[in-house]
Design a binder for this molecule. Structure first.
Ligand code: DX5
Ligand code: ZN
Length: 221
């Protein structure tokens, strides 16, 4: 059974921040009580959008001490791993859909000293990652089709969280279950009780007037 005393972690997604003042945004989100900073890297190929790259991350690293949770929506992803590690990533998450030798590259991430994450899109079954659960530090369940913030939560994602939480318990493993896309104070309680440990949130934090209130609403709604 999940330890009820462990509070859920909130990872605001910088993609939804005001791009004209990123330094202020990351400092404000750290002061507001964010646990991790979620950084969505998009390549216009694996997903139909572009965001930011390693140089921005390197500069943000100098003004923010939150763990940098880098979500690579990039194909091919192999060559990017070292680049984002050097830029200051603490966690590097790769997509099961974007890579053949998932196990090998998760190991590469760990050997660099980063936490290794695996993500699956809404159309991908949890079965695709069962064989690497022993190796990962986090699993990122995409609850929207990746590419844009502000989309609606896909309800079938809840079952994936339950399946993962069961697998984790049965196999006595230890990884964070993270959920990304359309998370809001209305669906957060259900996600937490299903087994989510980390809520990634773009719209529900960076598009709200008070970041601290927004984070608390997600934690305690
Ligand atoms: C979507 C990204 C998400 C996104 C979340 O492809 O991976 O991290 O920014 O934004 P919201 O919470 O607005 O869906
Ligand atoms: Zn993301």
């Amino acid at each position: 059974m999940k330890n009820l005393k462990t509070p859920v972690l909130i990872a605001p997604s910088l993609m939804a921040a005001n791009m004209l003042c990123l330094k202020n945004e990351v400092q404000a989100i750290e002061a507001a009580g964010a646990d991790w900073l979620h950084l969505d890297i998009m390549d216009g190929h694996f997903v139909p959008n572009l965001t930011f790259g390693p140089d921005i991350i390197r500069q943000l690293r100098t003004v923010c001490s939150l763990p940098f949770d880098v979500h690579l929506m990039v194909e091919p992803v192999e060559l990017c791993i070292d680049l984002y590690h050097k830029a200051g990533a603490d966690h590097i998450t790769i997509h099961a859909e974007a890579i053949r030798d998932l196990r090998h590259y998760l190991d590469v991430i760990k050997k660099l000293g980063c936490k290794a994450g695996v993500s699956i899109n809404p159309g991908t079954s949890v079965d695709a990652i069962l064989s690497v659960l022993d190796l990962v530090d986090l699993v990122l369940i995409m609850s929207v089709n990746p590419g844009f913030y502000g989309q609606s939560f896909i309800p079938s994602s809840l079952d994936k969280i339950v399946t993962l939480a069961e697998a984790r318990k049965e196999r006595n493993l230890n990884f964070y279950i993270c959920v990304d896309g359309g998370v809001n104070p209305g669906n957060a309680p259900g996600l937490i009780s299903a087994g989510a440990d980390v809520l990634v949130a773009g719209n529900s934090v960076f598009k709200q007037p008070d970041y601290s209130v927004a984070i608390q609403k997600l934690k305690h709604s």
